[in-house]
Write a protein that binds this ligand. Structure first.
Ligand SMILES: NC(=O)c1ccc[n+]([C@@H]2O[C@H](COP(=O)([O-])OP(=O)(O)OC[C@H]3O[C@@H](n4cnc5c(N)ncnc54)[C@H](OP(=O)(O)O)[C@@H]3O)[C@@H](O)[C@H]2O)c1
Length: 246
């Protein structure tokens, strides 16, 4: 079995690579940091004796993405599962008016991933088989003053995944949306108290378990379903006055 992980160089994606490789999958590792991807691939082959491949990709360059997908599929005809863990936060959350940063975040978190999954899903539909697992975020569930540029890009991604799921539902392709809460990675560093964040290993193991479950959308850890259900119920007139700490 083959899995292609986009965002494998760090955090949740790196742990997902370990979990799949340990279970005997061949792993195709992508993101921008080629050196880190080679280190990871070496580690995986040494530890678990399976195959690991490296394909650098920059999701910000959306014009190259369809060619890139073609190149990966030319070498790996049978990709059973694609896991997208790539994502980014604005470099300075306070600079919501910074247009360069706004476009960078949207290009990576939404348009880059959507164009990649357009290419992937088309190929999976042709084979009438495949699983797409994509990480969005609880931040996309409701716009908060603290991180609404990131949240809006994740909201767009969540809606895209919902539509894609319906589009390919009758073609043997599953699309699973993962909505993590806080996870203890570089991305969340300094933004949340340590005890409140799940470990990336825990999230990766939960992601692997999705292969055998029938879920379309899942919150990890599951408590975030309840938290977001309450948050979404708060009337807008009150919500706009709240100052969330995290
Ligand atoms: N950590 C949290 O608290 C949290 C909470 C909710 C949702 N999430 C979501 O979970 C996913 C994984 O997050 P994480 O915490 O594991 O973050 P992370 O450790 O910062 O990893 C992010 C990954 O995205 C890749 N990436 C960033 N920009 C890219 C680009 N232009 N092209 C290709 N790859 C790119 C990075 O690799 P390179 O630098 O090598 O490109 C890295 O592998 C993200 O989608 C994030 O939004 C995280």
């Amino acid at each position: 079995m083959n899995v292609w992980i986009i965002g494998a160089s760090s955090g949740i994606g790196k742990e997902v690579a370990h979990v799949f490789s340990k279970k005997g999958w061949d792993v195709i590792c992508s993101s921008r940091d080629e050196n880190e991807l080679h280190r990871l691939a070496g580690d995986l082959t040494t530890r678990y004796r399976g195959n690991a491949y490296v394909y650098p990709i920059d999701l910000e360059n959306s014009s190259d993405i369809s060619l890139y997908v073609e190149e990966v599929y030319n070498k790996h005809v049978n990709i059973d599962c694609v896991v997208v863990t790539a994502g980014t936060l604005p470099r300075n959350e306070e600079e919501y008016y910074n247009e360069v940063e706004l476009l960078r975040v949207v290009r990576i978190n939404y348009t880059g991933i959507a164009s990649l999954l357009n290419g992937v899903s088309r190929r999976m539909v042709a084979k009438q088989n495949g699983i797409i697992i994509c990480l969005s975020s609880v931040a996309g569930e409701r716009g908060r003053r603290k991180n609404f540029i990131y949240g809006a890009s994740k909201s767009a991604l969540t809606a895209y995944l919902q539509g894609l799921r319906a589009k390919v539902f009758n073609d043997g392709v599953r699309v699973i949306t993962v909505l993590p809460g806080y996870v203890d990675t570089v991305m969340a560093y300094g933004k949340v108290k340590k005890g409140l964040a799940a470990s990336p290993k825990y999230v990766a193991e939960k992601i692997y378990m999705l292969l055998k479950q029938k879920k379309d959308v899942t919150y990890i850890p599951p408590i975030w379903w309840l938290i977001m259900a309450v948050v979404k119920l708060i009337p807008e007139s009150i919500f706009k006055r709240l100052r969330f700490e995290v």
